[in-house]
Write a protein that binds this ligand. Structure first.
Ligand SMILES: C[S@@+](CC[C@H](N)C(=O)[O-])C[C@H]1O[C@@H](n2cnc3c(N)ncnc32)[C@H](O)[C@@H]1O
Length: 260
């Protein structure tokens, strides 16, 4: 099986750039995850406005919009591999800066009260180093709020097409956070989305940008085999086919005293 520990960043950028216009309409799970994250984040936000907020891998701005509705901050910085500055400008209500590039080694020019990231860190090559790197970008007691995916995410695609990311599980994230962070809240669960056909599953992945892992050369023959095998393995009693999502969340506080 080709389980990918890392995907070339230019492939990621290309796949998400192509999906930018279809993303919001099709990324229903990701938006539900954003809403859940915001609900829990409000328990830990200080009263009043924040000085500064950074969002990494903001994409088309689904979480960005929710963040700006809920939080008032003096300074906002958004980042993505794709240049989404003008897309954000159409949606956001508070002034912001945008920094295009790789979030994994983000060059922090200041420290933030909150670093948020939704459905992006599973693409990072070294998520453990990323957690450690965030300490240089957070103020003492600053918050790190993340959504990502666990090991069962899109497991049907992994099984059928032999491709997929290697997702860290929640306890790995907890271990990485143990050095320097206080874990305030975390959760994970699985949910099965239903589609009319296996072809609709593939279209869904394309519209949400999850094609960077796809190194398969689709021929008519292997596409037909994929469809037959998928129907056989993942048909549901409803007559539809299933696709598993495994959302994962955590909110942690950079606890300066705990840091070594
Ligand atoms: C699934 S979208 C998530 C969009 C958005 N955060 C949301 O609220 O749903 C993932 C985004 O992460 C970005 N991304 C992936 N790896 C990245 C990296 N290393 N640095 C910056 N952005 C990255 C992609 O370009 C894409 O826009």
């Amino acid at each position: 099986m080709e389980s990918l520990t890392s995907v070339d960043k230019s492939r990621i950028q290309h796949a998400f750039q192509k999906a930018l216009n279809s993303y919001d309409e099709h990324a229903l799970i990701q938006q539900k995850m954003n809403i859940k994250l915001m609900m829990h984040l409000q328990d830990y936000l200080p009263n009043g406005s924040l000085d500064s907020v950074l969002e990494l891998g903001c994409g088309s701005g689904m979480l960005s919009t929710l963040l700006q509705k809920q939080i008032s901050a003096n300074y906002w910085l958004f980042n993505d591999l794709c240049d989404v500055r003008s897309l954000l400008a159409e949606k956001l209500i508070q002034p912001f800066d945008f920094s295009c590039g790789d979030a994994e080694n983000f060059s922090f020019q200041r420290r933030f009260d909150l670093i948020a990231s939704a459905s992006a860190v599973q693409w990072f090559h070294y998520p453990d180093n990323f957690i450690s790197h965030c300490k240089t970008g957070l103020k003492p007691n600053g918050l790190l709020a993340i959504t990502s995916f666990g090991e069962d995410n899109l497991k049907e695609i992994r099984q059928m097409a032999n491709v997929g990311l290697s997702y860290p599980n929640l306890s790995q994230w907890q271990n990485w956070l143990a050095n320097g962070f206080e874990l305030l809240w975390c959760d994970d669960f699985t949910v099965i989305l239903e589609f009319d056909t296996p072809l609709d599953v593939l279209k869904h992945l394309k519209y949400t940008g999850v094609t960077a892992t796809n190194r398969k050369n689709w021929t008519r023959k292997n596409l037909n085999k994929f469809i037959d095998d998928y129907l056989q393995a993942f048909s549901l009693p409803s007559g539809k086919v299933g696709l598993t999502y495994h959302p994962l969340f955590f909110i942690a506080r950079y606890s300066h005293a705990k840091n070594q």
